[in-house]
Write a protein that binds this ligand. Structure first.
Ligand code: SF4
Ligand code: SF4
Length: 185
């Protein structure tokens, strides 16, 4: 059967009328910033104080886009008569975000919690070479890493926090012993 003349136009107008009354789903970016979930993979932050230059992240990165340079330094013995120790000192830590595929393997494998996801995503560049972020820039991203979610009330205290609390209690007890008369007058 031949279509009624003008029926296509009527259908089109009906769709227009229907959608005109609905709320728009268009995000007005960049005037309105999107609300991103806390685990968004935007950029990687480096907390270099935790990095021991173990090279695990660079070795496991499937894109080979993590560049690390370091040198060894001799540290004096902890106690008199002890042996000198050597430690790695970080010289360069960079991630090339033009190659990174945001798989998160480097963050997962880091045994020392030195790498974190930040939800920041506005770092487009006009020169691709500027997408290699050196350690200072990676360090700055750390300020944009959201705080971890609160623990479940019934959860065990993390061992790092328990150890830090015990050390703080011991220090406080030692200080109190060293100044026994203080606060009793
Ligand atoms: S997220 Fe994946 S691709 Fe990107 S630096 Fe880490 S391991 Fe490499
Ligand atoms: S895995 Fe972690 S500690 Fe090891 S080099 Fe990479 S960031 Fe540093």
């Amino acid at each position: 059967m031949a279509p009624i003349p003008g029926s296509g136009l009527a259908k089109g107008l009906a769709v227009t009328l229907r959608t005109m009354t609905r709320k728009s789903v268009t995000e007005q970016y960049p005037d309105a910033l999107p609300e991103l979930p806390p685990r968004t993979r935007g950029v990687i932050g480096l907390f270099e104080e935790n990095c021991t230059v173990c090279m695990l992240c660079a070795r496991e990165c499937p894109d080979w886009c993590i560049y690390i340079d370091s040198h060894k330094e001799t540290v004096p013995p902890a106690a008199p008569g002890g042996r000198e120790r050597s430690r790695n000192v970080l010289d360069r830590f960079a991630i090339d975000f033009s190659l990174c595929m945001y798989c998160g393997i480097c963050i997962e494998v880091c045994p020392f919690d030195a790498l974190f996801w930040s939800p920041e995503f506005e770092y487009a560049e006009t020169d691709i070479r500027d997408l290699t972020h050196e350690r200072d820039k990676l360090r700055e991203w750390m300020w944009t890493v959201p705080a971890p979610p609160a623990l479940d009330p019934g959860a065990e205290e993390p061992k790092e926090i328990a150890a830090a609390r015990k050390t703080a209690e011991k220090l406080a007890a030692a200080q109190a012993q060293a100044q026994p008369g203080e606060g009793t007058s």
